[in-house]
Design a protein around this ligand. Structure first.
Ligand SMILES: Nc1ncnc2c1ncn2[C@@H]1O[C@H](COP(=O)(O)OP(=O)(O)OP(=O)(O)O)[C@@H](O)[C@H]1O
Ligand SMILES: [Mg+2]
Length: 358
């Protein structure tokens, strides 16, 4: 799967962009503030309906413009799709697939699996568990049919339960709702655990290549005591949950933790090692999708050179090349891309919001 063409209107400093893209590597080279991250952010937005940088959409729309518009042509084997996403300042989102309205962001996300590697993405390792749940859930969204519906229902039920905690002093009134919640919690956790287990060999293989000096251990935590029945936990903790105003245990607290030689990675790894581990995780996940579903994801690499020495840049470049995926890589100078020697590539110069093929 690859984006063969991309049109952008009024997205940050990208006023009007129209690019024919390479199905292999696309290099974005330009000075600070020229628009490289914005281009990657626009591609990410097209595949997620949200930014990796800013939660407030109005800050993404170009100053004084009423909307932004993204349009892409996707090619996967013999198939082709035209996808569009428009976001208005008033808040509405319009998603079009092959010219038809009424599509959801999830439909776009299914068509455009993506992995992003940015300097800020270290939150996957040193941020809260929500980043690592999102990592697992990305995989399940693409691998497990029924996951998206189950996950959405689970979140709706938890919201309703938290609201009900304020209104009732008797657990019996909640029990009937909890039965459905327990069923979904077990299902989602089982899927997450299975996926984490299936991904483990791929992660170990990539870590051995990127961080041979360390032994990385991976563990999944479902969000409540391992052998306990979730229904019992909800019942036992009713008074506690009521006192704090929300449900403390459950799949909404799950985590996927990483240790290096037995210690939490965020405490002992250098920034370069953390970046390499993040790259290893994202590559492993992308390649697992390829192996299981025969689908390539797009890799977005912002500020490729930051934190990495020459040898490590070479390792990352080699793995990206052998993945056979479409890759977008940003750098400030051409020299920073010396280690990238793909067979097929296109270079774009980014200058003050203008993007020109070289
Ligand atoms: N809503 C907006 N409208 C117009 N311009 C914006 C908006 N939001 C941000 N900008 C500007 O867009 C420009 C592009 O920023 P971007 O982060 O893409 O640069 P970059 O090329 O990645 O730079 P760096 O090398 O420093 O990371 C910046 O000058 C920024 O101030
Ligand atoms: Mg940038």
């Amino acid at each position: 799967m690859a984006l063969s063409r991309l049109l952008i209107e009024h997205f940050r400093n990208l006023t009007a962009v129209d690019l024919e893209l390479d199905h292999g590597f696309n290099f974005l080279v330009g000075a600070n503030g020229s628009g490289k991250t914005s281009l990657l952010e626009a591609i990410f937005y097209l595949g997620h309906g949200r930014s990796f940088k800013s939660a407030v959409t109005n800050r993404i729309i170009s100053y004084e413009q009423p909307h932004f518009l993204l349009h892409g042509r996707i090619q996967e084997q013999q198939h082709q799709w035209s996808v569009g996403l428009q976001k208005l300042r008033q808040g509405n989102t319009i998603v079009k697939i092959n010219g038809e309205d009424g599509n959801k962001i999830a439909d776009l996300a299914h068509l455009l699996p993506m992995q992003i590697i940015t300097p800020e993405g270290l939150t996957l390792l040193n941020g809260g568990p929500s980043y690592r749940r999102a990592f697992l859930d990305w995989g399940l969204f693409h691998h497990q049919s029924g996951f998206h519906t189950a996950w959405s229902n689970l979140h709706r039920l938890l919201k309703q339960r938290n609201a009900a905690l304020f209104q009732t002093s008797n657990y019996q009134a909640l029990k009937i709702w909890d039965m459905e919640l327990v069923k979904l919690a077990h299902q989602v956790s089982q899927w997450r655990e299975n996926y984490a287990e299936a991904l483990r060999p791929e992660i170990e293989k990539t870590c051995a290549q990127f961080l041979p000096e360390l032994e990385i251990q991976v563990s999944f935590h479902q969000g409540w005591e391992k052998e306990a029945d979730y229904g019992d936990i909800l019942m036992r903790n009713f008074e506690r949950d009521k006192a704090i105003g929300y449900t403390l245990s459950g799949p909404q607290k799950a985590d996927f933790r990483f240790k290096a030689n037995g210690l939490p990675v965020e405490d002992v790894l250098s920034r370069g090692q953390l970046k390499l581990l993040m790259c290893a995780l994202r590559l492993a996940q992308g390649e697992h999708l390829m192996a299981q579903k025969n689908r390539h994801c797009i890799f977005l690499i912002d500020d490729f050179a930051s934190e990495l020495d020459e040898t490590k840049r070479g390792l990352l470049a080699e793995r990206l090349q052998s993945s056979g995926s479409q890759v977008f890589v940003s750098a400030i100078t051409h020299e920073q891309l010396t280690q990238m020697q793909p067979k097929k590539h296109r270079t774009f110069c980014v200058n003050n919001g203008n993007i020109m093929p070289v």
